[in-house]
Design a protein around this ligand. Sequence first.
Ligand code: ATP
Ligand code: MG
Length: 277
Amino acid sequence: MKRKNPPSLAKPPLRVIAVANSKGGVGKTTTSLNLAGELASRGYQVLLIDLDPQGNATAALTKEDLPASTGQVLVAGGGLLEAVVPTALGTLWLLGTGPELRAYAKQLPEQREDYRNVLRDVLMKEAGGFDYALLDCPPSLDTETLLALCAADYYLIPSLPERFSLDGVKRLVGLADRVKETMNPTLHFAGVFFTRFNANKPSRLHQDIVAAAKQLFAGQVLSGVRDNQALGTAQRYAVPAQTQAPESVGVLDYRALTDELLHLLDTRPLSTLYSTT
Ligand SMILES: Nc1ncnc2c1ncn2[C@@H]1O[C@H](COP(=O)(O)OP(=O)(O)OP(=O)(O)O)[C@@H](O)[C@H]1O
Ligand SMILES: [Mg+2]
């Protein structure tokens, strides 16, 4: 792919959204990819940062070698714009990674005392030209997720409508509350939503879990995403679902979720971490 220059002009405010859940396989990467793809297809300049050593978002977006990876940028405390690569969607950019991220993340606390702010500092210095940054977190509450919560204006939790799934959601909200109190006072909970459900035959369990979530997180349960093969296929073949299957129910559901998120962001006060005013 021909290299283009990533946006570097100041165009505040950047909005940073972490997609997180300590549980595995709940749709974090699918959500990061599809929200990023949907925002990019609306003309926004979007940066997707792969913070998961599994590198699934990276594999879904590029087959090229990376000039530098997430871990290298974090350890160097810069070099973001040289490290990002373009994707098939013109305004979507990727800071990608492979398994080496875990070792880099382990190094960070030894390297600098304020390591928790390293991602936020890099974004503040270099990401002003983007409209949105999506942070795809690993299935753990390790350093990578902590860095994401310290850098984010918002965090979003995808969850499966399964037994015990709300335990994972509560754990993450607990960590985010502590981050908000001690490190990032402007962190907001964007909401939780359920993925991979069968809209034609919602199970009793699904209905009970959604009801329990609504009780726990009143007003913060967002519209869900149906189970849809097209989302998995697009990811496997490294093509954006928006272009591959634009009318699939998965793409439509992520479009609705994007609308809901943008509305939420619009109705929040503008004083975000990355605002220059
Ligand atoms: N709405 C959906 N319909 C059908 N398949 C889906 C849907 N959402 C996700 N999947 C599939 O479920 C699997 C897990 O999704 P995904 O990789 O997004 O989860 P994750 O939370 O990022 O996982 P991990 O914790 O390992 O990073 C993938 O194979 C993905 O293609
Ligand atoms: Mg993932």
